[in-house]
Design a protein around this ligand. Structure first.
Ligand code: SF4
Length: 211
């Protein structure tokens, strides 16, 4: 069935990067999709919080930040395993000026997130899911990624899906909690890759603690 675009409107609660992670045992790669807008408002006839995905071009033009009044039309994502946003392909986008809000001292960092190239250059550390949910959901350095795991590279149809949370923020952030190490299933039964802490160290060691 062909689903038409759904009108939505509301106020931005947070803006975070929209990045997909592909894992194949000890290999990983990122797809930089754009930004995830967390909106409190109406989607169709429903009043609730929801997540809308936009591209780098829209962010370069509008500099989305928490507090903006936003509206548009969007499609539901066809495969929710590949996205953490619920809606995408936004058209008719309108963005108002941010409502004045008390600029709380970071962390978490709010305001307009940097270009995706900055996230790529900074690299990330794993972030505990609970810390993300409680403290980092509104930080421009936090990211909840959809993860696609290719279990068998000789049989690419064998895939599994989950989400993982990451921090691109300063290494000295006092809110940071790594959470448990992550494992990736392999081709044969009992084969598991464990992503140890040195992977995070390697991805972020070019930054000083306060960067
Ligand atoms: S831990 Fe990372 S995502 Fe969370 S507030 Fe600190 S910098 Fe932001």
């Amino acid at each position: 069935m062909l689903v038409g675009k759904i009108p939505w409107q509301g106020v931005l609660l947070s803006v975070q990067p929209r990045i997909r992670l592909t894992r194949s045992f000890d290999q990983r790669s990122h797809t930089y999709l754009g930004y995830a807008l967390k909106v409190s408002g109406r989607i169709g006839s429903e009043a609730r919080e929801f997540l809308v995905g936009v591209g780098q071009g829209a962010h370069t033009k509008h500099h989305f930040r928490a507090g903006n009044a936003v509206s548009g039309d969007a499609l539901p994502v066809p495969d929710p395993r590949l996205e953490t946003v619920e809606f995408y392909k936004v058209s008719n986008l309108k963005v108002g000026l941010p409502e004045p809000e008390d600029e709380a001292t970071p962390p978490p960092w709010r305001g307009a997130p940097p270009p995706l190239a900055v996230y790529r250059e900074r690299g990330h550390r794993r972030l505990a899911a609970r810390t993300f949910q409680q403290k980092c959901w509104s930080c421009v350095w936090g990211c909840r990624m959809p993860v696609e795991m290719i279990i068998d590279q000789w049989n690419p149809s064998r895939r599994r899906y989950r989400t993982e949370t990451f921090c691109y923020g300063p290494l000295s952030c006092p809110l940071y909690q790594s959470g448990p190490v992550r494992t990736v299933p392999g081709r044969r039964r009992g084969m598991t890759y464990t992503e140890e802490g040195w992977v995070d160290d390697e991805a972020t060691s070019h930054r000083r603690p306060e960067e």
